[in-house]
Design a protein around this ligand. Sequence first.
Ligand code: DHB
Length: 325
Amino acid sequence: MLSVKFIDHELPNCFMNASGPKCTDLDQLMTLASNKYVSCVVSKSCTVEHRDGNPLPRYWEDDALTINSTGLANKGYKYYGEISEKVTSTNKPFIVSVAGLCQNDNLEMLNHLNNIPAVSAIELNLSCPNIAGKPQVGYDLDATRDLLRKVFDIKESVASLVEMIPIKEITKPLGLKLPPYFDPNQIIQTADLISEFPISYVTCINSLGNGLVIDPNSIGPVIKPKCGLGGIGGDVIKPFALSNVYQFRQALPDKIDVIGCGGISKGRDAFEHILVGATAVQLGSVFMKEGPSCFKRISEELTMELQKMGFKNLDECRGKFTPII
Ligand code: DHB
């Protein structure tokens, strides 16, 4: 009932973890890989070098939201290549998320990971908000274009003097982790740009960057880095996630999947993501708060929600959201 086709795989259900919580080391990744209700495993976004990340405290939660400024704490990209065979030993795809600190770092990581057989796909993160002094690439159309051109090594075709032909240097499926956009025009422009490249999927959305939560018992913030500014996740971001999934699904060609991420803490939330066009969904804040049991609970709740709403499977429900006219 929950099966989906994604990155050339038939997956038994539509749930994967979001890059971020509890997916940094082999132990954590194996916990995900051995969970029957996780159909695809995603790594913490990696950098060229190992990083300890930002000073603590860098994570806080309440019922409505999470705020984090982890600062790309990760083991360095070579580690994720090295453990990829172990992670895929349970026969589910392993997506390595990369978040270079500069363009060359991204190109180096992509070229390396592209040649590792057990890496199933690469998710290029264009939206990390938590490195002081590094803007989110996904908010800069020119920087995004320049990066994607280099990734796909666009060369002028000899056969045609007028056409630019993308030469696919990256042979694995490539996804893009996008920030939330708040103006429909930004989405149209970003979708038009993405459509020029052989991108397999986009994940909408990363956390809402640079939110501020003040400690209820003090006059200061709940986290330390960046004067308290951090990425907001959890239930409060669902309306923005749904809006971005919906608009990107409308604006992108069918061959580019949209993966829904943001504000999913129960079956109904996952249902709504599929309704606006998500192929599959990722769980971030709820996995951080509840641990691995959230995947079974939300899978079962989604199955019940589909039955209640009269859909036999996800394919029947996907994209069925209808605006009131
Ligand atoms: C971090 C946060 C993000 O939202 C992201 O996309 C990548 C990294 C972090 O703070 O580690």
